[in-house]
Design a binder for this molecule. Sequence first.
Ligand SMILES: C[S@@+](CC[C@H](N)C(=O)[O-])C[C@H]1O[C@@H](n2cnc3c(N)ncnc32)[C@H](O)[C@@H]1O
Length: 302
Amino acid sequence: MHAASSGDLLADRRYEYARAYSDAGDHEAAADLYLQALELVPGWLPALVGAADSLTATGRRSDAEPLLREAAARDVDGLFGTSLKLAALGLAEMPIAPPEAYVRGLFDDYADRFETALVDDLGYRAPWLIADLIEEVQPGARFQRGADLGCGTGLMAEVLKGRVGHFSGCDLSPEMVARAEAEKRYQALAVADACGFLSTSQDSYDLVTAADVLVYVGALDVLFGVVADRLAPDGLLGFTVEEADDGDLVLRDSLRYAHGEAYVRRVLAEAGLTVVALRRDTLRFDHGAPIRGLVVVARHAP
Ligand SMILES: C[S@@+](CC[C@H](N)C(=O)[O-])C[C@H]1O[C@@H](n2cnc3c(N)ncnc32)[C@H](O)[C@@H]1O
């Protein structure tokens, strides 16, 4: 996350060096420089978060904890994800959803390298896995009106090209939407939260997709309820989740949520959606390790 200036040039410079060390994996050096920045500008939120993260990475959790608590008290709009960080360290209750400002900031920062970083470097496959499963459920299907929730730069639309008559995309991140717009991948785009987008939509959809988005949504009951309201009878919902080994809803150290299969099935059923296909597969890689997930297609029972 790019930080606004602290108002002190030397502190800003320490902070930038700290980030570079952190990116290079030298968390000791990074922590030291973040702490130096804090000596110059006490309470500067970006440096508090950076110091807490670096100290955690070096295993100095007890040193990190007071800094993270101070950061959380200052992170009023949630931009720095401190509520998630506290929960991931077991220092606070798990929120059922991340702060919108955190998700928006994360992807606004990531937008210009999203496709190369994810697809080329991390073997990202979620949109392709969803499209393959839809094809299996309904071979050769064409859809009249689709909604892609958390559309990002528009990979889902690219993969389903020619198969959705009118495809709308929505995303929390203006920068991601700007890239989807430039690629002309959708007939309509909105900078909006998935729930808000669907609940204010006048349209009925025969396809709704959410590729690698629900990891940033958390609890799924409200969203699935709104999806069911807007899905036409027999309409399909295709999505991926990272699979929790244990439990319904788990916040990982990556600050992404994982969901258990039983939870996903239960919340879908409560919304009136029936699972028609569910596969386990590798969604992408993280530091070389496969991230296992569930690929699901559900139908809105008429
Ligand atoms: C990992 S990216 C996936 C983007 C795209 N679906 C793809 O497969 O390439 C997750 C996207 O979901 C968006 N997002 C996360 N939570 C959201 C929400 N509640 N409403 C709308 N978009 C959301 C993020 O801004 C980000 O662009």
